[in-house]
Design a binder for this molecule. Structure first.
Ligand SMILES: NC(=O)C1=CN([C@@H]2O[C@H](COP(=O)(O)OP(=O)(O)OC[C@H]3O[C@@H](n4cnc5c(N)ncnc54)[C@H](O)[C@@H]3O)[C@@H](O)[C@H]2O)C=CC1
Ligand SMILES: CCCCCC(=O)CC\C=C/C=C/C=C/[C@@H](O)[C@@H](O)CCCC(=O)O
Length: 318
């Protein structure tokens, strides 16, 4: 049977019939959920082939049976990551500090995916005991952790120590704590960690020097942690996602976030106009590639408005 490459998307024929033999809920890989009746006795041979092809492709790519943890899960990029993971069959623990937004989102997601695949845990990534408890609760509830999305982050150059604490120290903390459960040398099943960095983790965002430092730290930590995991035999891949400007709460009221560099707001606006705004769907597709492509380890995936590309690792001996 011809295998379907991940980038081809085979739509099955929407076969309707009077005697449904099996009702299948197939989660499309690209986030479109297809409920359709699978009726073997009415399909043509070519339809049967295409459906079988789609079935194989879907189940092969599905995250069913996988458990994901997303930090900063209830808004913006984290919310989009959560929805993508759920659309592809994963169970998801949503960690966030915003209980109000979480309540509303959990109501919506529960209606769509059922409560058995969802868990919200109030958690501040700055607090070791809260992160530790959240991971343990996830283990107790779902029986494992296979995917960690270190996504929680803030932008405010006035509170730069806090920004480092959330954006960088929080990523390191959650990584080390999840390895207690994910690391094959500790009885874990292995898995993948995706850290949300930024284009500012690759090039300087002049009006945000400490935000830039925090994101450069995430990229460096990702690459080093990936190598350490591979050399140690942890069975855990570590990648980072580096989006450009994305329309979220963090990307609002920028001048107020620049602190001592608010006089540079015009230059930042020029950069926004130069780079444009990245659609959330592009961010999420890039994220999903880092989660599912097992050849990606130590990768930094840059997401621009029109393309995405991997940043080659720089060696000091090049
Ligand atoms: N919006 C953008 O242009 C870009 C954002 N990023 C990064 O993407 C990540 C997500 O940001 P957005 O979705 O844009 O922001 P957002 O403000 O829409 O969402 C951030 C989420 O993280 C949560 N959060 C904040 N501090 C937390 C903490 N200490 N513990 C737990 N949760 C916490 C917030 O409650 C919120 O739900 C951040 O790491 C950010 O630096 C990267 C590139 C571009
Ligand atoms: C100020 C809002 C920040 C929103 C949060 C982000 O992480 C957005 C980051 C998006 C883009 C960052 C771009 C950084 C660009 C620098 O590398 C710059 O030095 C590149 C120069 C571009 C050019 O002029 O050719």
């Amino acid at each position: 049977m011809t295998s379907v490459s991940p980038r081809e998307h085979v739509e099955p024929p929407l076969t309707r019939c009077t005697k449904p033999r099996v009702a299948l809920r197939l989660n499309g890989v690209w986030g479109t959920r297809l409920d359709w009746l699978h009726c073997k006795d009415r399909r043509s041979q070519s339809d049967q082939f295409r459906v079988a092809q789609y079935e194989e492709f879907s189940w092969r790519m599905s995250l069913s049976g996988k458990v994901a943890v997303v930090t900063g899960a209830v808004m913006g990029i984290g919310k989009a990551m959560t929805e993508k993971l759920l659309q592809n069959g994963a169970k998801v623990a949503l960690l966030d500090m915003n209980k109000t937004e979480a309540e509303s989102l959990m109501q919506t997601l529960t209606k769509q995916y059922g409560q058995e695949r969802l868990l919200f845990l109030h958690c501040d990534v700055e607090q070791e005991e809260q992160v530790k408890a959240a991971f343990q609760k996830t283990m107790d509830t779902f029986g494992g952790i296979h995917i960690l999305c270190n996504n929680a982050g803030i932008l405010n150059e006035s509170t730069w120590e806090k920004m480092i604490s959330v954006n960088l120290v929080g990523v390191i903390r959650a990584t080390y704590l999840v390895l207690e459960h994910m690391n094959k040398l500790k009885g874990g099943q292995g898995g993948v960690i995706v850290n949300t960095a930024s284009l500012a983790g690759i090039g300087p965002l002049v009006s945000c020097p400490v935000y830039t430092a925090s994101k450069h730290g995430v990229v460096g930590f990702t690459r080093a942690m990936s190598a350490a995991s591979a050399l140690s035999g942890y069975g855990v891949r570590v990648n980072c996602l580096c989006p450009g400007f994305v329309q979220t709460g963090l990307f609002s009221n920028i001048p107020a976030r620049l602190g001592p560099f608010s006089h540079l707001k015009d230059g930042t606006q020029l950069l926004v106009e130069k780079f444009g705004i990245v659609n959330m769907s592009q961010v999420v597709e890039a994220f999903f590639e880092l989660v599912t492509d097992e050849t990606k380890d130590g990768a930094a995936l840059l997401v621009f408005q029109q393309e995405r590309k991997y940043m080659p690792a720089v060696s000091v001996t090049d």
